[in-house]
Design a protein around this ligand. Structure first.
Ligand SMILES: [Zn+2]
Length: 62
């Protein structure tokens, strides 16, 4: 990731953190940029939908 992300609320640089996402009862673990001050994760919508598509594909394979 080349682009630096800044928390709009705290003006702090986001740091990568492992986040658990839950989607339709399935949990995903991935690294996302998070604000070190308020803890708010930044999850780009395209990454979320890409990950969700990945899960859906995995489920379809079974
Ligand atoms: Zn923040």
């Amino acid at each position: 990731m080349s682009e630096k992300l800044i928390c709009g609320k705290c003006n702090a640089e986001l740091v990568p953190k492992t986040i658990n996402l839950n989607y339709l009862g399935h949990s995903l673990t991935n690294d996302f940029p998070c604000c070190p001050v308020c803890g708010q994760p930044y999850i780009p919508p395209d990454i979320v939908s890409g990950k969700m598509h990945e899960v859906e594909t995995l489920l379809e394979d079974k």
